[in-house]
Ligand binder design. Structure first.
Ligand SMILES: [Zn+2]
Length: 503
């Protein structure tokens, strides 16, 4: 009987983030082993559940190992990476022999020690966490067992990954609404390889650029649709555009085009180069229209008074936990209070102390508290406010993705704070970006009736908030993810990439 081995290990390392990623952080965000998650569709389990369903439909045996994801932050502690890698290798060795390995990885994990010379990294490729893991798995299974990998599109595609995996496929959509479809694609290609129907070969083109590419609007919408139309004919099995992760300061940082063909490397390389030419013509137009805090608030107030229904949604992109920020920055809220702007909700502030105080005090209690600004200069100064405690939700979750393929993500305990003048702030005990207005509604903030909503997210909020928004604006506020890359103090990434020092 065909036997496949599956595992998930992911985090996105912001090397400029002020805090580290530990084993406990994986446990807090998502950690299961040996399929203990059951059929509960937490977002990080979706690829493994997809592979189990598809494998069982073929009558195959599935051995599921670790499924772990840590909310992005700074470098992953070396001892904790080695512990997680060790668990996966232990399960793999116990499962051998296997016919194929399927992995759900992020692709931008950086291990503590990445800034040391290679000789001092003691056998771990610290700048390429996922490549290191794939190599270790390859060493166990040998050269002939196919390894298929699903990656986040914010990955650093490295030579090590290309050498040691057979198939790498990245998400196509940003926000990432296609994690289940890409898992299906990885499975289908590996299954066809196992059946001897195809010989997948990867061709990569280094785009020599870095940027932020929302696929919710043009010109990227058409680019992604055209990428997808290329698949399935002329021997093209899969086309991926790895955007890269600009806040991960490693030598491999940057966008790459990756074409998988059925044994047609020259055609794959030609197609990847053609796509690169097209990308060069649209990259500048594709970049998000960032505004300063005051520009965005002025524009939002204008739009709120104009035609249409629903709130104007403002994304505080620099304080996005999904990219390693603290989610407790006060820059935008401070300006809103200073300007006396009312009828506005803030989603997904992270402040453990405030959540604890609010839960202890209970609904309706009113008292002075110090909100946000706790994690360092990138969070701004804390705000001293007087708040009334609104709704409370213990062990809350928010929805991720777009119907019908949605999943859940943890908020921890969540509370609503009313600061007066219609300014309401939703605070949660687990650090997470904003995905869906149900984070607000379940603590009693009526998202649909607010004039303005500020979310802490780069783009994933769009799947949940886009459908209710009258308009969406992007604020380039200070913080851990400032979107002006020429201002980042890169030491290892190539500053001559388009998007950093070259525009
Ligand atoms: Zn991503």
């Amino acid at each position: 009987m065909t036997k496949i081995f599956t595992a998930c290990l992911g985090t996105e390392t912001n090397t400029f983030s002020p805090f580290v990623t530990s084993y406990r952080d994986f446990e807090e965000t998502y950690y299961t082993r040996h399929g203990q998650h059951g059929d509960d569709p937490f977002i990080f389990a979706v690829p493994l559940l997809t592979w189990r369903r598809m494998a069982e439909a073929k009558g195959w045996e599935v051995v599921e190992s670790v499924c772990a994801f840590a909310m992005p932050s700074g470098v992953t502690l070396r001892k904790d990476y080695l512990r997680l890698r060790g668990e996966i290798l232990e399960d793999l060795e116990a499962a051998m022999p296997v016919d194929a390995v399927l992995l759900s990885l992020h692709g931008a994990m950086v291990i503590e020690g990445w800034d040391l010379p290679a000789a001092e990294q003691e056998g771990v490729d610290c700048a390429d966490g996922e490549g290191d893991l794939i190599s270790a798995i390859r060493a166990v299974v040998g050269p002939d067992v196919p390894i298929g990998v699903e990656l986040d599109l914010h990955c650093h595609i490295t030579q090590r990954m290309l050498t040691d995996a057979d198939v790498l496929i990245t998400f196509k959509e940003y926000p990432h609404t296609d994690f289940a479809e890409r898992a299906e694609e990885v499975f289908t290609i590996i299954a066809d390889q196992l059946a001897g129907k195809i010989t997948p070969l990867m061709s990569v083109h280094d785009c020599r650029m870095i940027g932020v590419f929302h696929t919710t609007r043009e010109p990227m919408r058409t680019f992604v649709d055209e990428m997808q139309e290329l698949e399935g004919s002329h021997g093209v099995l899969s086309v991926s555009f790895g955007h890269g992760f600009p806040w991960g300061d490693v030598a491999d940082m940057g966008a790459k085009l990756l074409v998988i063909t059925d044994d047609r490397p020259n055609e794959g390389a030609r197609l990847a180069a053609e796509l690169q030419h097209r990308l060069e013509t649209i990259a500048a137009e594709a970049q998000p229209p960032y505004q300063t805090i005051d520009e965005a608030l002025d524009r939002a107030l204008e739009l709120a008074d104009g035609p249409g229904s629903g709130p104007v949604v403002l994304a505080d992109v620099s304080d996005n936990a999904g990219g390693g920020a603290a989610n407790d920055s006060t820059f935008v809220l401070r300006r809103v209070l200073e300007r006396g702007i009312g009828d506005i909700a803030f989603a997904n502030f992270w402040d453990l102390v405030v959540v604890q105080l609010a839960i202890n005090a209970g609904k309706g209690a009113r008292f002075a508290l110090r909100l946000g600004g706790k994690m360092g200069p990138q969070s701004g100064d804390p705000l001293d406010v007087t708040a009334t405690v609104g709704g409370l939700a213990l062990d809350a979750v928010q929805t991720v993705g777009k119907p019908p393929k949605t999943a859940k993500s943890r908020l921890g305990d969540a509370v609503a704070l009313d600061l007066g003048n219609g300014v309401e702030v939703q605070v949660n005990s687990q650090r997470t970006q904003s995905f869906n207005p149900d984070a607000l509604t379940q603590v009693g903030i009526d998202a649909l009736k607010k004039r303005l909503i500020v979310v802490k997210s780069m783009q994933h909020f769009h799947a949940g908030y886009g459908p209710i928004a009258k308009a969406v604006l992007y604020i380039a506020s200070p913080g851990a993810l400032i979107p002006h890359f020429d201002q980042l103090p890169y030491r290892f990434a190539d500053r001559s990439l388009w998007g950093i020092d070259r525009k």
